[in-house]
Design a binder for this molecule. Sequence first.
Ligand SMILES: [Zn+2]
Length: 113
Amino acid sequence: MHELGIVFYIIRDVKKVAEENGAEHVSAVVMDIGEVSTVVPHYLTDCWRWAADKEEMLKGCELRINTIPAVTHCDECGKDYPTVKYGKKCPHCSSDRTWLLKGNEVEIKEIIV
Ligand SMILES: [Zn+2]
């Protein structure tokens, strides 16, 4: 379960940004989580609740998750397609010369004070 480790990274970053901006409390953190990232959103929010409430600055702070759809690009025909539905093989030309364009992100998008 590596979600807890990720939560500690998020907390560290959020606290740093909040301190730099002179914020005393953060009310919500918005994350971009890619569809094929290794993070399970509901584990992440569970870990978040547990860990964030131990921090004075983050008590009651909500973790919002934007799911970013995974898109794969095909070098053979130049088209993009949804990764989760078709996997590594291009549905347009059956090539496997494909690579993940997006959908792997685990990023802090916004910090709301
Ligand atoms: Zn193709």
